[in-house]
Design a protein around this ligand. Structure first.
Ligand SMILES: Nc1ncnc2c1ncn2[C@@H]1O[C@H](COP(=O)(O)OP(=O)(O)OP(=O)(O)O)[C@@H](O)[C@H]1O
Length: 268
């Protein structure tokens, strides 16, 4: 990775609100929200199922238009940022193109962002997510965890400095998830990125982030803003530390106290 990468952006949400539908069918997903995500930090968004976490993330990605308010990414709109290829989104469903190989799926991200082909960088990234030797395989020949790693490689191929991760490790078993949780953040933490992570796992939120926002049931409002003051890089050993457990406990308490907010949470 080159050292002259631009500073990761601040993301500023001002009076951001989203209502879906009309009339009696209206669903307010996100109540008017002011929040800033500081340059280079990782923030986890946790909250009950259907509360509006993905909606917030999708508005930051420019995939959903706010009903009110705005998102500014280093002072620019999400669409502008997206066009530059400095923003990347990874969803729970890796959605790799089934007829393309791993290499071709990862390389496509660069092409779509208008960036020049760079086979060396693509193969390097594939190796760094632990898929060396699988470059020419199609997604059907990979396990769920391997597909998610390929999707993360694709997400990082454009060297984004804003990462929007929506349950990116959701579809794998707990053991693989923990391994991915420990290994993959190093890939974006080193070059530097502002990262927003939607997760249903409290321990994943603590392990990966600098800050955890707990959202209420729909319409989502921020009910807690918790600092995760653990050293980086995060290690497996930290998971058993008193400091880790204390934050985990604090987040879980708020989730479960807040209007049944813990319904879909496994307080690991
Ligand atoms: N395109 C859409 N049209 C209509 N309603 C929508 C749309 N997208 C989301 N919603 C509604 O907005 C609310 C918030 O959805 P969202 O996906 O943001 O929740 P979430 O917190 O990410 O949920 P989960 O944790 O289950 O993934 C839900 O009630 C959902 O049905």
């Amino acid at each position: 990775m080159p050292s002259d990468l631009p500073k990761p952006p601040d993301v500023v949400c001002n009076g951001l609100r989203k209502v879906f539908g009309h009339g009696a069918q209206q669903v307010e997903a996100l109540a008017s929200t002011d929040v800033t995500f500081a340059s280079g930090t990782t923030t986890a968004l946790v909250g009950p199922s259907g509360c509006g976490k993905s909606t917030l993330l999708r508005m930051v990605a420019g995939l959903e238009t706010p009903t009110e308010g705005s998102v500014l990414i280093a002072g620019e709109s999400p669409r502008m940022t997206s066009k530059k290829g400095t923003l990347s989104v990874a969803f729970q469903d890796p959605s790799l193109l089934p007829w393309r190989t791993v290499r071709s799926n990862v390389a496509l991200a660069r092409k779509l962002a208008g960036q020049p082909a760079d086979k060396t960088a693509v193969d390097d990234l594939i190796a760094r997510v632990g898929l060396a030797g699988f470059e020419d395989k199609r997604p059907a020949a990979l396990s769920g965890g391997m597909r998610q790693r390929a999707a993360i490689a694709r997400c990082l191929a454009t060297r984004p400095n804003l990462l929007l991760l929506d349950e990116p490790f959701g579809a794998v078993d707990e053991l693989t998830r923990r391994r991915l949780n420990l290994e993959l953040p190093r890939l974006w933490e080193k070059p530097g990125a502002t990262t927003l992570l939607v997760t249903h796992s409290v321990s994943e939120a603590v392990l990966l982030s600098d800050r955890i926002l707990v959202l209420s049931a729909r319409p989502a409002t921020i009910v807690a803003d918790i600092d995760v003051a653990l050293e980086r890089p995060r290690t497996a050993r930290m998971i058993d530390s008193a400091a880790f457990r204390q934050v985990e406990h604090e987040v879980s308490e708020i989730l479960f106290d807040n209007k049944g907010a813990g319904r879909r949470f496994a307080a690991e």
